[in-house]
Design a protein around this ligand. Structure first.
Ligand SMILES: Nc1ncnc2c1ncn2[C@@H]1O[C@H](COP(=O)(O)OP(=O)(O)OP(=O)(O)O)[C@@H](O)[C@H]1O
Length: 256
């Protein structure tokens, strides 16, 4: 009899996912995507490709019309939504959608407290999350007194405080100055968590995500290393993906 332990379930397993909005608009046509633990993957694609629709299935905001989604082996299904929402942390594009408490500390404590953490355990969880994004010194400040880049880091901390299986980021580089952009990339690379990043910022995808997938017209049309996809001129042209003028993806040394 074999004694090998089974491989752990991938962080994310999407199989044959199809979805039509109530008005009949078909936004996803049988999407398959598997993301291993600890991978960082960019989800690329033109406007209207279905990226948000896909993300909204990961924590059960939308219910699959056909196919399935599982997070670390747990199916996204009505009976599992509380645990699924702990496992899938979504950082929205606008941090003000996520920050609503009088202080940074209370915002970061909100999710773990709702999950039942109290006292020293809760304090330690908040400090750990804020330290990971370099914001521990700002714990007692009101979020609305912080800069946009600082608020985005706090929004990441609110999600990390739930110790998610997978961190989903919607356009994390938007509205950041070059230094804040780089600092956030360093933070995200330092995290021991699976990352799925939706972005139109192709250099940022290259900097952060060794792997990318391209969704277009509700279909996954490419899956490979970010560098090879960005160098595929036909793929880029056919799916309205444009690199900044003069940017050569071959010239970038991709950090791991
Ligand atoms: N509530 C809705 N009802 C009907 N159709 C919708 C709804 N939301 C989105 N759609 C349609 O579904 C398709 C996919 O939209 P989605 O927002 O997922 O695209 P996206 O890739 O996230 O786009 P973007 O890059 O512009 O954010 C689009 O054609 C869009 O018009």
């Amino acid at each position: 009899m074999s004694t090998t332990t089974p491989a752990p379930a991938p962080s994310l397993h999407v199989s044959g996912l199809a979805y039509a909005y109530p008005d009949g608009h078909q936004a996803l046509f049988g999407v398959d995507l598997t993301v291993a633990r600890g991978e960082r993957v960019a989800l690329l694609g033109p406007n209207g490709a279905g990226k948000t629709t896909l993300v909204l299935h990961l924590n059960g905001i939308l219910e699959a019309g056909a196919g399935s989604v599982a997070v670390a082996g747990l199916p996204v299904a009505k009976g599992n939504l509380a645990e699924i929402r702990r496992r899938v942390g979504i950082v929205f594009q606008d941090p003000d959608d996520q920050l609503f408490m009088p202080t940074v500390r209370e915002d970061v404590a909100f999710g773990p407290a709702a999950a039942g953490l109290r006292g020293a355990e809760l304090d330690a969880r908040v400090t750990e999350a804020l330290t990971r994004v370099g914001m521990a010194d700002f714990a007692d400040r009101p979020p609305h007194h912080l800069s946009f880049g600082q608020r985005r880091r706090v929004a990441v901390a609110t999600v990390l405080a739930m110790r998610p299986e997978i961190l989903v980021l919607d356009e994390p580089s938007s509205n950041l100055d070059p230094a804040s952009r780089r600092e956030l990339a360093d933070i995200l690379r330092s995290l021991d968590v699976t990352v799925l990043m939706v972005t139109h910022d192709l250099p940022y995808a290259l900097e952060l995500c060794p792997r990318s997938v391209v969704l277009s017209g509700g279909v996954l049309v490419a899956d490979g290393t970010t560098q090879e996809l960005l160098c595929d001129e036909e793929l880029m042209r056919n799916h309205r993906l444009e690199l900044p003028f003069g940017f050569d993806p071959r010239s970038v040394t991709v950090p791991r």
